[in-house]
Design a binder for this molecule. Sequence first.
Ligand SMILES: C[S@@+](CC[C@H](N)C(=O)[O-])C[C@H]1O[C@@H](n2cnc3c(N)ncnc32)[C@H](O)[C@@H]1O
Length: 218
Amino acid sequence: MAKYNKEYYEPLEQMMAVRHQYMSKILRDHTGQDIYNFFQNKQVLDLGCGTGEFLNNYFEMGAQCTGIDIEKNFKLKNKKNFNLYNLDANTFLKNCKKKFDVIFLFEFLEHLEEGDKHKLFESLIKILNKNALIFVSTLNKNLLSKYLAIDIAENILKLLPKKTHEYDLFLSPTQLQTLSQKYKLSLLNVEGLQYNPIIKSFKLSKVDLVNYIGALKY
Ligand SMILES: C[S@@+](CC[C@H](N)C(=O)[O-])C[C@H]1O[C@@H](n2cnc3c(N)ncnc32)[C@H](O)[C@@H]1O
């Protein structure tokens, strides 16, 4: 995996707004609640949280937030308000005694080997509170996603450091659905994320061929 730096985190920061928009929509449709009310007093877990900064939004809405990342890149200013652990996600899950209402798996599954994806899902279902939701964003698996995410983004435009991604680890929505079903999770919805490199921003799209976001429920 690539070394983390500004170049690595910039596109992830550009994804934060669209994730929030997507979660607002799913929460409204599936819980009838506004995102700001929903997150009050919720237990939130972000696996592969990177800088952890995405969690800050939900901390500010009243959630209790836990972030796990194998690399020490936490950049939160008010770290004492968060439970942040430098651990492999599966090691954390194996020993986890807490239960969660919302789990984020953002741009994370495409960094795990097949066996580790299975171990993760097997453990995840043991730490879910009733009606918990899991939000996932990742890269689809096809020649277009390989071309855009690796050949163009890493090697030509250098939007990401080289070797950030390994094509073999990409996961199509169908593979995500199969993996979820095996662990009795249902994939509620999938939408594409479309990147505009000129304005450096993502928007929701019907086309899920490259980046996509989805929601899972037990
Ligand atoms: C592409 S970044 C995504 C960061 C964050 N979720 C976001 O979307 O902004 C992937 C993160 O997963 C972490 N990671 C990769 N393998 C991991 C593992 N086995 N356990 C925990 N974290 C891991 C990396 O260190 C990295 O910070």
